[in-house]
Design a binder for this molecule. Sequence first.
Ligand code: HEC
Length: 177
Amino acid sequence: MKQTLFCALLLAGFTVALPLFAADAPTEQTQRGKELFLHSPKGLACATCHSLEGNGNAIGPDLTRLASVVGPKGLVMTIQMSMTAYVQQIELQNGRSFPGIQKSKEGDILEVYDLSKTPAVLLHLKSSDVASMKPNTAWSHPPTSAGYTPQEFADIIAYLKFASTGVAKEVKVTDLH
Ligand code: HEC
C-alpha cells in the first residue's frame, strides 16, 4: 500500500517535472520580456490582465495557445489590435455602462470583469440585471498606446513564446513585419 502510494507520487512528480526538464534555459531576451510582462513601466503591465507561468491575473484571454501557434508578426498584430473579440460594452438595467469581458455564465449568474476599473473588478450579475451587451467600440487594448519600441515588442513576444512552449528562440525586430 505504502509502496503504491510512493510509486504514484513518483509518477506524479515526473509528469509535473517533465515539461520543466524539456524547456530551454531562459535567455537574456526572454528575461527582458518577462520583466516587461510583469512590471513594464510603460502603461499597464501585461500581467495586470494576463497570467503566465502562474504570475499575473487571468482577466484577459489565456495567451499560451495563441503564443504557441502564431508567429511574431501575428502576435504583434493581435497585441496592437483595434478590434476586440471578447470585450463587450455592457449596459445594466440601472443605466450603468462599461466595457467588460465575460468569464463565465452558470444558470442565471454571469461573471464579468469590469474593465473600466484598474485593476479590473469581477462582478457577479444576474442575467436580469443586464440590459444589453454590444460589440465594444470604446475599450482599447492598453499596449496599443503604451509606446513600446519594436525591440520591446520582440522581447515580450520572445517571452510569450518561451513561457508557452519552453522554446527560447530569439525574436528579431525584423521578424515583426
Ligand atoms: C487592462 C488589461 C490588459 C492589459 C494590461 C493587457 N491586456 Fe492583453 N488582452 C486583454 C483583453 C481584455 C483581451 C481580449 C480583447 C478582445 O476582446 O479581443 C486581450 C487580448 C490579448 C491578446 C489576444 C488574445 C486572443 O486570444 O485573441 C494578446 C496576444 C494579448 N492580449 C497580449 C497582451 C500583452 C503582451 C500585454 C502587455 C504588453 C497585454 N496583453 C496587456 C486585457 C489586457
